[in-house]
Design a protein around this ligand. Structure first.
Ligand code: NDP
Length: 335
């Protein structure tokens, strides 16, 4: 196919760095006409967009005002002058919140080979993508969860949390989760969590954690940080492991908080607390994705997506995800 017609690309740009919670006025639409492809280049069209919590803190550190919002998308190759990418194939692109983009192929990753027709491609942004890998490697390599142990995960009804809990069940652990609505609590029970509570309505977080597991916790997969972490650390069992995955309760803070210090629980219970980012296992992504795909196909790993329709709704979907609108992975369709 020759790229003779002009392609108009629409993008959401960041007008101003976020102050506190992101607002619709922080984003602005921009349209540009793309130039014809040069040798080695690929033209892609977004099919699904991902909105993820990391965009809140990372945009401040890694973006300039006026840039296209960062992010990943599942995209279709419309035209290719790069032999590594065939027109009509699907890729993961880091082009951000933009409908069409031209790439030299370096930041494009082909979808996992032999993707089954009945598995939605959008899962490449969730259960079968970065969040799934975060759960897979974080739980296994940092929490080192073993059969018979007790695992706690907060932010449990989200993209990462739902997978952490289910993998922990596959390993043979008891799983306790917390989430921010009764609907989410219900969903987590349906997919096999042993104990779940709504952290927004319990009168005492400490009591809720004790009630869910009077014996305490061997592993804590922490997506939330802040006060939740302070309380949970005091309920870890001897030699417990804490995977510090995220701190969503702190991302909108404008003034750094001063919490209790971690030393006493870490020393007295001889805990290991370790932060990580998932690219640490980049050279093992295929291993993780193949295992996650196997579990999805076997029905052992259930998924749910919170789908918002339309590129124009990306900013509101992002804001909504940060507030907890989503059960499972927050996805936006391009059309
Ligand atoms: P989710 O799908 O879980 O969406 C975010 C959820 O966070 C919301 O649905 C909301 O659910 C919850 N939330 C928002 N504010 C608060 C708060 N103040 N206290 C508790 N929960 C809150 O997102 P992901 O699964 O994609 O990400 C989960 C965490 O993992 C994030 O912290 C993220 O930054 C981190 N992460 C880290 C990676 C790494 O490499 N280290 C990679 C990927 C994600 P609710 O209704 O329950 O409040």
């Amino acid at each position: 196919m020759s790229h003779c017609r002009m392609i108009l690309s629409r993008s959401w740009t960041l007008v101003k760095h976020f102050e506190g919670a992101p607002k619709l006025s922080d984003f602005k639409l921009k349209e540009v006409e793309l130039s014809p492809l040069k040798n080695g280049e690929v033209l892609v069209e977004a099919e699904y967009f991902s909105v993820d919590p990391y965009m809140r803190p990372y945009s401040t550190r890694m973006m300039n005002e006026g840039d296209v919002m960062m992010g990943t998308q599942v995209a279709r190759v419309l035209e290719s002058k790069n032999s590594a990418f065939q027109a009509g194939s699907f890729v993961i692109s880091n082009a951000g919140w933009t409908t069409h983009s031209i790439s030299n192929g370096k930041e494009l990753t082909p979808l996992l080979a032999n993707w089954p027709a009945h598995i939605p491609r959008s899962l490449a942004l969730g259960t079968l993508g970065m969040p799934g890998l975060t759960a897979y490697f974080g739980l296994r390599e940092i929490c080192c969860a073993k059969k018979g142990e007790i695992v706690l995960v907060n932010g449990a009804a989200g993209a990462v949390g739902t997978i952490v809990g289910q993998i922990a069940k596959i390993i043979g652990c008891k799983v306790v989760g917390s989430a921010g609505s009764d609907g989410k609590v219900q969903y987590l029970k349906e997919i096999g969590f042993d104990e779940v509570f709504n952290y927004k309505t319990v009168s005492s977080l400490e009591e809720a954690l004790k009630k869910a597991s009077p014996e305490g916790y061997d592993c804590f997969f922490d997506n939330v940080g802040g006060e939740f972490t302070d309380v949970a650390l005091l309920q870890m069992r001897k030699y417990g492991r804490i995977a510090v995955c995220g701190a969503i309760s702190l991302y909108n803070d404008t003034v750094p908080r001063k919490g209790p210090y971690v030393h006493y629980p870490l020393i007295l219970q001889e805990l290991r607390m370790e932060g990580f980012t998932v690219p640490r296992w980049q050279n093992r992504y295929n291993e993780g994705l193949e295992k996650l795909m196997q579990w999805v196909v076997e029905g052992k790993l259930k998924y749910r997506e919170h789908i918002t329709k339309g590129f124009d709704n990306l900013p509101s979907a992002f804001i909504g995800m940060l507030k907890g609108d989503n059960t499972g992975k927050a996805i936006i369709t391009a059309k």
